[in-house]
Design a protein around this ligand. Structure first.
Ligand SMILES: [Mn+2]
Length: 341
């Protein structure tokens, strides 16, 4: 293997393991992500309008060493209809080679492999492990992205807030504020050109895969990015991407004005510091949390996701503070009472 990049033989080997199809949905993760991935996959399957597809669709998990048994547990939990074909693709551990200051797990970079591994596919939808699918996603798989774009994504509400507040950036980035970072490190002049990479649409067979690979392999090795591969991708497209409506990637507890209504969300992206298993995020996320708990039972990690309601209540009050106490406290008490029954 060349430094940091998979060889063309390795790529061909991975591509060769894929079922014959032109559309795929891809997740990436380690063993510890499996309960979340199972919830994302199973809610994707449950909401998908299958009749819209004339041929098979590949559902792929890219991982770096999930055991055969764990993959089987995952596949059994999905109960896939005949024309959805599951495929697990194992990549080498600690791939790719990244800048030493990167704090993200290397498996999160796996989405960068999609264009090369799925080079013959028309459309690939990538979904983060922490997505919860609420409505049919077939339009993302069936429709061409507008204006000849080969990458589609929704704007990132987190970065929009950072730019608005002129948040300081981590010192490793060698920039002072978010807007300066966007311009100097990514070549982007506003948050309106910066997408969130939790939901991505690719048209790999229309991409210049070699130039894409050369770019990101070099960048992730040499740039101390703030948001890892998401920044490498943004820096590659520099605003030239199809803007998906925010309802396709509803980023949790965001108050940005451009945030769509929760009720309209097709994909709830439970991103950020606060997750429903360590903080009470309100009624909307209760169903999601329950799905995660039952998946975690199958994967042997229930303890991690089913926190003690009292601990969660205390943590929630500490985070949301006194001002939110009256409303949240009432909800919390009701919720904790239900959970301890
Ligand atoms: Mn995410």
């Amino acid at each position: 293997m060349s430094q940091g990049q998979l060889s063309s033989d390795q790529i061909a080997n991975l591509s060769g393991k894929l079922p014959r199809a032109s559309k795929a949905v891809v997740w990436a993760g380690d063993k510890k992500f499996l309960p979340l991935i199972e919830v994302s996959m199973s809610t994707f399957v449950k909401t998908l309008e299958l009749d819209a597809f004339a041929e098979n669709v590949t559902l792929c998990l890219i991982h770096d060493g999930v055991s055969r048994e764990s993959l089987e547990t995952l596949e059994q939990g999905l109960q896939l209809p005949g024309n959805l074909k599951f495929s697990g693709l194992e990549i080498p551990r600690n791939f790719p080679e990244v800048h030493p200051a990167s704090t993200y797990p290397s498996i999160s970079y796996a989405r960068l492999l999609i264009p090369s591994v799925f080079a013959n596919y028309e459309t690939v939808l990538y979904l983060d492990a922490d997505t919860w699918i609420l409505q049919d996603l077939s339009p993302l798989l069936l429709n061409e992205l507008p204006d000849g774009h080969t990458i589609g994504a929704a704007l990132d509400l987190n970065m929009a807030n950072h730019v608005l507040w002129r948040s300081p950036t981590p010192s490793k980035t060698e920039t002072r504020t978010a807007d300066e970072y966007l311009w100097e490190k990514l070549g982007i002049d506003s948050a309106d050109a910066y997408f969130n990479a939790g939901v991505l649409v690719f048209h790999p067979n229309q991409m210049n895969v070699a130039s894409f690979d050369d770019f990101w392999v070099e960048r992730v090795q040499n740039y101390p990015y703030w948001f890892s591969d998401q920044d490498a991708l943004n820096s590659y497209v520099r605003g030239q991407f199809a803007r998906l409506d925010g309802s396709w990637n509803f980023q949790s507890h965001s108050s940005w004005p451009k945030s769509p209504e929760k009720g309209a969300a097709k994909v709830s992206h439970v991103s950020g510091h606060f997750r429903p298993w360590n903080i009470y995020l309100g009624e909307f996320y209760e169903q999601y949390h329950q799905l995660v708990i039952s998946a975690s039972e199958r994967h042997g990690s229930r303890d991690f996701y089913a926190a003690n309601p009292v601990t969660m209540a205390i943590r929630t009050i500490l985070v949301f503070g006194l001002r939110s106490m009256p409303v949240s406290l009432r909800r919390l008490v009701r919720w904790a009472a239900r959970r301890t029954k």
